[in-house]
Design a protein around this ligand. Sequence first.
Ligand code: FRU
Length: 435
Amino acid sequence: MVDPTWDMAKESLGEGHSGTGARAGWTHKQAERIERTDDTVAPIVYPPATEQIPEVHIWDTWFLRNRDGTLAEVDGYRVCFSLTAPSDLLPGKRHDVATIRCFYSDDGRTWHNAGPVFEDALGQRQWAGSALYDDDGSVYLFYTAAGEDGADDLTYTQRIVGAEGGSIDTTDGFELSGPWTHHELLTPDGERYEREDQSRGMIYTFRDPWFFEDPETGETWLLFEANTPVPEGSDVCGGDDALQEFNGSVGIARSPTGDPLEWELEDPLLDAVGVNQELERPHIVYRDGLYYLFISSHLHTFAPGLEGFDALYGFVAEDLRGEYVPLNESGLVATNPENAPFQSYSWMAFPHGEEVLVQSFFNYYDFDGETLDEIAHLPESEQMRRFGGSLGPTLRLDVEGSRTHIIGTLGHWHIPLAGETLPPTDRELIRRGKQ
Ligand code: FRU
């Protein structure tokens, strides 16, 4: 069942998209409607209890999932993977040394560090990805290899890698081990997906692989963050050079056989040419016969003339390759309060019963009125003091048709176990009180 706003939202497609090859586009007009509302602003985050703070800084996090997209539970354990860095390192430097660590929990609240996953990963450092618990119990990790192996300096080349060979042993606690074999799966083709040497924007992206099996067709896909090549002199965005540099896209590749290590690039699922430079960590939640595509993006990656936020944005379509329309008309789903605009980032949505839950990491707090760039120039002790570097509270979302509402939060790093009943939201309590 689709709500009445659906037709209205679909009409907005008439505004036309960037026409760069992707089936759907996030248009300038849609993004102009971005504004904070009661339904899209998350509550203020307070630091977690000391015992909940991991001994390393963590940021982008993803869960071990089954092929059907549900969160895996292996002999009672929830499992997640996070980008991590030593907690005495300046927060801005963490991307340069990022290492993937595994964490596990038997109650969805208290998490234990199972240590770095790889000894021999590809790239100078590893950026975000996803993890598959296959039907035979084998674990695959998809990640971004950032930087060229063997280069003396730090480089920014990005490749999508799949690691096979993982298995979990719970006979004596929890252990994830290899031996892992790393396969380079995808690099940008320069036609559908921009290569580093074609980039005209502030940064190029080809990263954040996310495994998805389409429940309607059974087809196997890998989504990722990318950019659409826009050659100089092109007439997209009315030929406006300043806008064309903002060319983020959601890329997609198909596995013809379902093999998690064999992928063929296809046209992007959606792009945002003239709108936004980075559509980060794309992922899909399938619900009520609809495909909800979510991405994270930053205030500073919106094109001139647009005012966006560090936020979770989303789109919905009737088919995986359908005509995505922005949720809540603009795309904005969850953002930070105006007086703490960088408190969370890197949101990841997943279904839980009737609700959609959203996990993110606790980024910078006590941070009113400054930009992320400005914080990098504060005294080091200030940068350290303001960085969270742990998982934030889980958001609870009510999702219907093309509308979403934040209806409450769970604790820091609370990822409920399958079937766990969630406490009543404030809204429910008020409604019950009135009856
Ligand atoms: C989002 C992100 C990801 C990337 C990682 C690098 O927070 O930019 O796109 O994989 O951080 O640290």
